[in-house]
Ligand binder design. Structure first.
Ligand SMILES: Cc1ncc(COP(=O)(O)O)c(C=O)c1O
Length: 394
């Protein structure tokens, strides 16, 4: 028997972390309002209130609420006029939808490498990937950490490209005093169950461009136009509409967000401080201008050298046994079955290092606890580091 829980020793933590989504009675109240209204789908008051509120909350003029973050990305791409013959530059350290939405829109996803400190798309690698076919860039605010928007806007300006922010993990994140989703040509949000504002499933496109808004609106509503009749379909579109139930839950989620966000910010700042004393673990870096992470994830960088070569997956297993659940995160997207054949020879070294060995995540709900919960996380990491020889000897 060793000192580490994975080897039979006592666990650092016995308790679970706070549940997500939260069990708040306000959700039931708002859902009751929908039932009483008799309108469950299109044309209801909740949807009108939500798109108005969410656009304003992000600092954008318009919002189209839809079925998911995946459909939000495809709507934004289509509304920006992206299609066959176009290339769109995306990171490969992200969820599949960032790239699959490009394929769905008929264009080609071009993967560029990420920055080692922020794990966000690297503007220099992005510029090197620009060709005469490039039509857009999708910077992802990964984990909720704002990407280098000044650099991407400058590339957009210089090369005539649309900048579509993937804000699926970044509700309320701030860059140079602006909320994400109001900085590029369009912003795409997800309200899937794990997200910091959720309705189980759901998504939204934000923009301040009336044409992008009009095109996204028509595309998500089977090609209708707001002033048109029910059976008046002017362009190709889909039924990617949100329900009144989802909007009711999202409106309550927005009310709860302030307190939740304040908690995540305080806890993340404290945990970052504690992690300074854990060799080999470093939190995702803020670049200049990235004023606030939404902390959907606390993305951590792992240096196996500091653990005498202990691999990241073994470290995570030991941490899990101590009562601290974390995730190893993504595979490089170009290694997923969807893309593997087409991109077989592609190597993005920083992405591959982050995916295979160099990073792992804590979920946002873990940051909703108390200061002692953060101490448990840091103590468990320190315990594994101190007792790493127990894992290396095997
Ligand atoms: C970065 C990123 N983009 C897009 C999406 C897609 O969102 P959804 O799951 O709502 O389709 C997600 C969500 O999981 C995501 O994390």
């Amino acid at each position: 028997m060793g000192k580490l829980a994975i080897n039979g020793g006592p666990k650092v933590r016995q308790k679970p972390f706070p549940p997500w989504p939260p069990k708040d009675p306000g959700f039931k109240e708002r859902l009751g309002e929908v039932i009483d209204s008799g309108v469950w789908g299109m044309g209801g008051e909740m949807q009108r209130e939500f798109v108005r509120t969410f656009a304003e909350w992000c600092g954008a003029t318009y919002c189209v609420a839809c079925t998911s973050g995946t459909t939000a990305l495809e709507l934004a791409l289509r509304a920006c006029g992206i299609g066959p013959g176009d290339e769109v530059i995306v990171p490969a350290y992200t969820f599949i939808a960032t790239a699959s939405s490009v394929v769905s829109a008929g264009a080609k996803a071009v993967f560029a490498d990420i920055d080692a400190a922020t794990l966000n798309l690297d503007p220099r690698a992005t510029e090197a990937a620009i060709t005469e076919r490039t039509a857009a860039i999708i910077p992802v605010h990964i984990g909720g950490m704002p990407a280098d928007m000044d650099a991407f806007l400058a590339l957009g300006e210089k090369h005539g490209l649309k900048i579509i922010e993937d804000c699926a993990q970044a509700h309320g994140a701030e860059y140079r005093g602006k909320r994400v989703g109001s900085i590029g040509d369009a912003g795409c949000f997800s309200f899937q169950s794990s997200k910091n504002i959720t309705s189980g499933e759901g998504g939204a496109v934000t923009t301040s461009d009336p044409e992008i808004h009009a095109r996204a609106w028509s595309a998500h509503n089977v090609g209708r136009v707001p002033e048109g009749r029910w059976y008046d379909h002017r362009v190709l579109g889909w039924n990617w509409r949100i329900t009144e139930f989802q909007c009711a839950v999202l409106l309550r989620g927005l009310e709860l967000w302030d307190e939740q966000d304040a908690r995540r910010q305080v806890n993340a700042a404290y945990l970052r401080e504690r992690l300074e004393d854990v060799p080999g673990i470093e939190a995702q870096a803020f670049i200049e201008g990235a004023d606030k992470s939404a902390y959907h994830l606390l993305v951590l960088r792992y240096a196996e050298e500091a653990f005498d070569g202990l691999d990241r997956d073994r470290f995570i297993a030991a941490l899990d046994a101590e009562g601290i659940p974390t995730w190893r995160g993504y595979n490089p997207l170009y290694r997923e079955g969807l893309f593997a054949e087409e991109y077989g020879s592609l190597h993005l070294p920083v992405t591959e290092h982050a995916c295979e060995r160099g990073s792992f995540w804590l979920g946002q709900h873990m940051l909703l606890g108390e200061r002692e919960d953060m101490d448990d996380i840091a103590d468990a990491m320190l315990k594994v580091w101190k007792n790493r020889e127990e894992l290396l000897d095997e």
